[in-house]
Design a protein around this ligand. Structure first.
Ligand code: ADP
Length: 190
């Protein structure tokens, strides 16, 4: 059993690297961003609510996100483990995740934090915006707001997991394969 958090700012490559890690370690993927986007597409009540925040580059409120994650974990708990991608994004979410997992006798094994320079992040996001049609990736102001939110709300989780002795920083620049190799060797030295 291996429970991983893939951590990093918008555009760090969490989704891309998750794909490789899911295949290699047979993990269940939870991308809160993907779940929100699916709900937006299907125009569910959750999607209608989430859209207001996502289009502005704000976070969806904690109680909504945490409730959604809790249901997902309970419904999808499995032998191999989870990879959490885009969650937690606040200290409250990190606390909630620990409690949800503890109730199932589970815990996080490692937090892989991708390190990427900001100019490279903006370049990647604008490029993704052109290809994917994601509205929050098309406007530089929304992107800058997401970085601000990341710095204020999400970055404090680095010390949260450092204090739990679970944080591993991994260079997120270079080829997808090189980054993947760094991530897998961090996991394999566990
Ligand atoms: P990225 O990390 O590239 O910005 P995501 O697909 O992970 O993209 O998330 C897109 C948006 O969905 C975020 O900007 C935010 O509005 C919302 N979101 C995703 N995960 C969370 C979360 N854990 N808590 C609150 N909002 C979230």
């Amino acid at each position: 059993m291996l429970n991983i958090i893939i951590f990093g700012p918008p555009g760090a490559g969490k989704g891309t690297q998750s794909e490789g890690l899911i295949n290699k370690f047979n993990l269940t993927h939870l991308s809160t961003g993907d779940v929100f986007r699916m709900n937006i597409k299907q125009e569910t009540p959750l999607g209608v609510l989430a859209k207001n925040y996502i289009d502005k580059g704000e976070l969806v409120p904690d109680e909504v996100t945490i409730g959604m994650v809790k249901n997902f974990i309970i419904e999808n708990s499995n032998e191999s483990g989870f990879i959490f991608d885009g969650f937690p994004r606040t200290i409250a979410q990190g606390d909630a995740l620990d409690k949800i997992l503890a109730e199932l006798d589970l815990s996080i094994d490692i937090v892989l934090a991708l390190q990427v320079e900001e100019d490279e992040l903006v370049r990647r996001l604008l490029d993704r915006g052109k290809r994917s049609g994601r509205k929050d990736d098309q406007d530089e102001e929304t992107i800058r707001n997401r970085f601000k939110v990341y710095q204020n709300e999400t970055e404090p989780l680095l010390s949260f997991y450092q204090n739990q002795d679970k944080l591993v920083r991994v260079a997120g620049m270079g080829s997808v394969q090189d980054i993947f190799n760094r991530l897998t060797s961090a996991i394999e030295t566990l």
